[in-house]
Design a binder for this molecule. Structure first.
Ligand code: UDP
Length: 328
């Protein structure tokens, strides 16, 4: 069976649906989630659900006792960059100590494969764009640091116990599929907030800085559709089962869009310009983050199929019918 820690969250739940769509039996999937940010209602029918916390080792052990788990996709983590600057302990404790509980339990139960949700935040402010996996690891916030440290822990569990891993360094996960979508509370991400600025009378999007060294002065990001991300997890699992070595891969589209371009695309898709105002820069925002995903293409055979219009239109479709997800 496959264990999805944090499997009721945005990327986890999309991955659960994708695995089922691709032919994995729901009864072969176990989702373990503390529901702090996840939604049990977003899961496909028939998967096993365990409400549990990675900080509670007994709860992880009990999941491994109940189910014969042969591989893990580890999504469970806190993921707000800004909050990690306010409360680093929360991030180091949950993302590192919690992750270590998981690795140690996997070792005890002889579970050898782990696919890990990492992030381009491990690179901090990159020296080169597009970013390859050879870029220096130098995170600029505790969130990125917690992910970089966990990658190093996995290396030791491989070296010592032969537990192999694939670390997927996501760029900007976005979009919606399977009748579910991005429902963070609080929401901090650009696309859902820009959609909120279309559908809600009283919300104005803050554009965090228009004085960056980019063509229109706003930050550039690589927005990758969540279903393409889900596909990367499926391919990473297969890669491990094929006996291939532990490795890290950038998962992005290799294309970037500025905040102003996203506003224009939202206008085209929604037929209405999101209300916005220029405000000051957000601390810790690198001007450009664009993936070089050749390695994932060549080694995992992963190729993103969806573009930025698919991302925005799928997000808009979902938010239109799930206004509570966007109005918080
Ligand atoms: N952004 C913005 N206003 C918002 C939220 C985000 O201008 O209300 C910008 C942010 O500064 C960054 C880009 O949009 O340049 C993407 O931010 P997001 O939080 O979606 O993802 P991140 O790149 O931080 O993971």
């Amino acid at each position: 069976m496959i264990l999805l820690t944090g499997g009721a969250g945005y990327i986890g739940a999309h991955t659960a649906h994708y695995l089922v769509k691709e032919g994995i039996m729901p009864s072969d999937i176990v989702v373990f989630d503390n529901l702090v940010y996840g939604h049990e209602s977003h899961l496909p029918k028939g998967v096993f659900f365990i409400k549990g916390d990675i900080l509670n080792r007994d709860e992880i052990i009990s999941a491994f006792k109940i189910h014969k788990i042969s591989s893990v996709i580890h999504f469970a983590a806190y993921a707000y960059v800004g909050e990690s600057m306010q409360n680093p302990y929360k991030y180091f404790h949950n993302n590192i100590t919690g992750g270590l509980n998981l690795l140690e339990t996997m070792k005890d139960f002889g579970c050898k494969y782990i696919v890990f949700s990492s992030t381009c935040a491990v690179y901090g402010i990159p020296n080169h764009i597009p970013i390859t996996e050879n870029e220096t690891i130098k995170p600029i916030n505790p969130y990125g640091e917690s992910k970089a440290v966990f990658e190093r822990l996995m290396r030791w569990y491989d070296e010592i116990y032969g537990m192999r891993f694939v670390s997927l360094r996501y760029f900007n996960a976005s979009g919606a599929d399977f009748g579910i979508g991005e429902a963070h509370d609080p929401e901090t991400h650009l696309i859902p907030l820009a959609i909120r600025a279309v559908v809600s009378e009283d919300y104005t999007l803050n554009v965090f800085g228009d004085d960056y060294d980019t063509p229109d002065g706003t930050c550039i990001r690589d927005y990758v559709h969540v279903t393409d991300l889900a596909d990367a997890h499926m391919k990473a699992l297969q890669y491990l089962k094929d006996g291939r070595p532990s490795d890290c891969f950038n998962i992005g589209t290799s294309r970037g869009n500025s905040v102003k371009e996203i506003i224009d695309i939202i206008k085209d898709v929604c037929g209405k310009t999101p209300k916005y105002k220029i405000s000051k820069r957000r601390e810790g925002d690198p001007p450009r983050l664009i993936a070089d995903s050749k390695k994932a293409q060549e080694i995992l055979g992963w190729l993103p199929k969806k573009n930025i219009f698919d991302v925005v239109s799928s997000a808009y479709e979902w938010h239109k019918t799930n206004l509570e997800g966007v109005m918080r």
